[in-house]
Write a protein that binds this ligand. Structure first.
Ligand code: KIV
Ligand code: NA
Length: 275
């Protein structure tokens, strides 16, 4: 299993870090078998698995429940779990308690938090307490309400300079890596150059030190709208729809189950059964 020091080394040697989300056992298992460098149990869970229209309703219990399943599927992969909305803002004590539950109850290795400013002291105190922290800047979906929706962030030099300074604060507070979501690639290049910790991009161009995608986006599991920055590598949704159509037709027509799916009784037992 790769660790935080391997991710630092990968940045130094230019070996791109691959990350994908997972929320359940089979996705985690196939991600591990594919050789992914790390798994994110993202709170995107709320949107792609639980059917909410944002990540705000996702609870600590939701994250724990799903991360346990992911851990069972990928026991040998570095797992990062998102701290849900408002679980790392109220106080350092609340933040530490929530992070302790996330790591101790699930076996995940690190937490991810969104934003800088008042989150910086939380990153510091988590790191001091022994919790590896992945930071997340740019489009931070838990703040979509404040940002005015899901749109590209920091397109101006002024905002870019602010984001770079936030990124440096995350690094100084002890973050081991930084997700950059939905920002111009020129800014990703600058941030990745200036930081010694790896950047993991999503909608941030190829200049990041690694990439992350949402599992359901990458494999087409769902009929949700895809952001411009997503690449759908396969599309399983229509295949599943076709399979279910056929299943329904075969049950209605009596062609499923067939002989090969059925069990038999010995003839004398059948006779005795009917009396
Ligand atoms: O929740 C999530 O899936 C994320 C990634 C998009 C970085 O935070
Ligand atoms: Na997230």
């Amino acid at each position: 299993m790769k660790t935080t020091s391997d991710f630092l080394k990968m940045k130094q040697t230019g070996d791109k870090i691959t990350m994908i989300t997972a929320y359940d056992y089979p996705a985690a298992k196939i991600a591990e078998q594919s050789g992914i460098d790390m798994i994110l149990v993202g709170d995107s869970l709320g949107m792609v698995v639980l059917g909410y229209d944002s990540t705000v309703p996702v609870t600590l219990e939701d994250m724990i429940h799903h991360t346990k399943a992911v851990k069972r599927g990928a026991a040998d992969t570095f797992i990062v779990v998102d701290m849900p909305f408002m679980t790392y803002h109220l106080s350092k004590a609340e933040t530490l308690k929530a992070a302790a539950r996330l790591l101790q109850e699930t076996g995940a290795h690190a937490v991810k938090v969104e934003g800088a400013k008042e989150v910086i002291p939380m990153i510091q105190s988590l790191t001091d307490a022994g919790v590896p922290v992945m930071a997340h800047l740019g489009l931070t979906p838990q703040s979509a309400g404040v940002l005015g929706g899901y749109r590209v962030q920091a397109r101006t030099a002024q905002k870019g300079i602010q984001l770079l300074s936030d990124a440096q604060e995350c690094q100084n507070a002890g973050a081991f890596a930084l997700v950059l979501e939905c920002i111009p690639q020129q800014l990703t290049e600058q941030v990745s150059d200036k930081l010694f910790i790896p950047t993991i991009g999503i909608g941030a161009g190829k200049q990041a030190d690694g990439q992350v995608l949402v599992y359901h986006d990458a494999v087409g599991y769902g009929d949700h709208r895809l952001a411009k920055f997503v690449k759908q590598y396969t599309n399983v949704y229509p295949a599943i729809g076709d399979a279910l159509d056929q299943y329904i037709r075969e049950v209605k027509s009596g062609t499923f189950p067939a002989e090969e799916h059925s069990f038999n009784m010995k003839e004398e037992e059948r006779i005795a059964l009917y009396g």
